[in-house]
Ligand binder design. Structure first.
Ligand code: NOJ
Length: 434
């Protein structure tokens, strides 16, 4: 098509488009193929924990229908697919001295080979929240530093050895903020602990498990397998509610608690000063040996992001850095279109700002490993209306435009984008396919 003399901004040719999922959210067959139970099997069966009473026993049945799923991905024309391995499918009891389940390894091998055959590049997450239940029962799971770090590294090495010849993009953890705050702070995710001391211990141990797994990859596999390895963190872009100095400072503090708490140790080698000032002794310290392993332990910046929020300096919510977030501006207008989740509104410009900020600040190539929009009340719509999907299309248009601007105008090095697609922990719909 003629462009009438206009210059068309373009993403680099190698830019990777894909979809993303997670094991518990798609696989189902939770007691098949030798898989052991995970903390999400236990948690989602406690009455009241999932609002509509559903669980991942069947999910989108992908353990059985994986070939059809790959065919669907192929029909969408994607270049890449991000999914997670279920630890308890590979080692049903999870620990370094526990038995490996060959059937689990074979399943993922078949999936990976099919993806490669179809020209789809796999991005593999090692941990998307489904800790083997046995490790939680045996020694307290993520609360027990010595045991969990060793067991996670052992699991990671088994995966590198089994799949590293064809997997060149590894993500150690998905969203440590959710693991620690939702799992051990306010208890809305598995294992459902409520505490104001445990989340900081858990996230510290997750950072260490990530870093030692990366070290194992770099020391033992990278030279032969030539892959990259990193972590996926979650963040919303935070805008001060108004230009008062307290709210400007609160937005920075909110970002430090949500993102800097992981990104600063991993990319810069220390916890943020604002976090230390509030948590004091409750924030564990890294030893010099540990920090040498933690610092620079991610080859890229994996980013899950969905929304932007307005921040005020008030409240006692330590999990978010003593700030209050919302989406109504001082003049009463809304930031964007409301989704089916209270915290998520569309706001493309915030996505652009976040990408540019991360690039400027951490200087690592960015992969947007999740982005998406659950349409408000979609569950109540007749399917014929739901599949017209006007709001979801609008969201993706805004966000991909913002991404293009971040790359072509702000110079951010963004290399890939994955749309989110599956059974949702909060019983809303996120997918593309009915
Ligand atoms: C991020 C999480 O990684 C994913 O599991 C979840 O479904 C989406 N957010 C949407 O809430």
């Amino acid at each position: 098509m003629a462009d009438h003399g206009k210059t068309t901004a373009k993403l680099p040719k190698e830019f990777v488009w894909g979809y993303a999922t997670a094991s518990y959210q798609i696989e189902g067959s939770s007691d098949q193929g030798g898989r052991g139970p995970s903390i999400w099997d236990t948690f989602s069966k406690i009455p009241g924990k999932i609002s509509d009473g559903s669980n991942g026993d069947v999910a989108t049945d992908s353990y059985r229908l994986w070939k059809e799923d790959v065919a669907l991905l192929k029909s969408y024309g994607v270049k890449a697919y991000r999914f997670s391995l279920s630890w308890s499918r590979i080692i049903p009891q999870g620990g370094k001295n526990d038995k490996i389940n060959q059937e689990g390894l074979d399943h993922y091998r078949s999936l990976l080979e099919e993806l490669i055959k179809e020209g789809i590049v796999p991005f593999v997450t090692l941990y998307h929240w489904d800790l083997p239940q046995e490790l939680h029962d045996r020694y307290g799971g993520w609360l027990n530093k010595e045991e969990i770090v060793e067991d996670f590294v052992n699991y990671a090495k088994i995966c590198f050895a089994a799949f590293g010849d064809i997997v060149k993009h590894w993500i150690t953890f998905n969203e440590p903020w959710c693991i620690s705050i939702l799992g051990y702070g306010n208890g809305i995710f598995a294992p459902g602990h409520v505490s104001n001391t445990e989340p900081w211990i858990v996230s510290h141990n997750v950072i260490l498990a990530h870093a030692y797994a990366v070290k194992a990859y770099r020391d033992g596999f990278k030279a032969i397998q030539h892959g990259v390895i990193g972590i996926t963190l979650d963040a919303h872009w935070l805008i001060p509610y108004d230009d008062s100095p307290e709210n400007v400072e609160a937005a920075k503090r909110g970002l430090d608690f949500k993102l800097g708490r992981y990104a600063d140790p991993i990319y810069e080698g220390h916890y943020p000063a604002r976090v230390k000032a509030i948590l004091k002794d409750r924030l564990p310290a890294f030893s010099p040996d540990e920090i040498a392993v933690v610092k620079d332990s991610s080859d890229f910046f994996g980013l899950n992001t969905y929304t932007t929020q307005l921040v005020q300096n008030k409240g006692d919510d330590e999990f978010n850095g003593l700030v209050t977030t919302g989406s109504t501006r001082p003049d009463g207008t809304q930031l964007g279109c409301q989704s089916d989740m209270p915290w998520l509104q569309t706001y493309g410009p915030g996505f652009r700002s976040l990408l540019s900020y991360l690039w400027e600040r951490y200087k690592k190539p960015i992969y947007v490993t999740e982005n998406g929009f659950p349409v408000k009340n979609e569950n109540d719509l007749p399917v014929e209306d739901a599949v017209r999907d006007v709001h979801r299309q609008g969201y993706y248009q805004d966000y991909t435009k913002a991404l293009l601007q971040a790359v072509t105008k702000d110079g951010a090095d963004v290399r890939g984008y994955f749309a989110w697609n599956n059974f949702e922990w909060y019983a809303v719909r996120h997918g593309f396919y009915f």
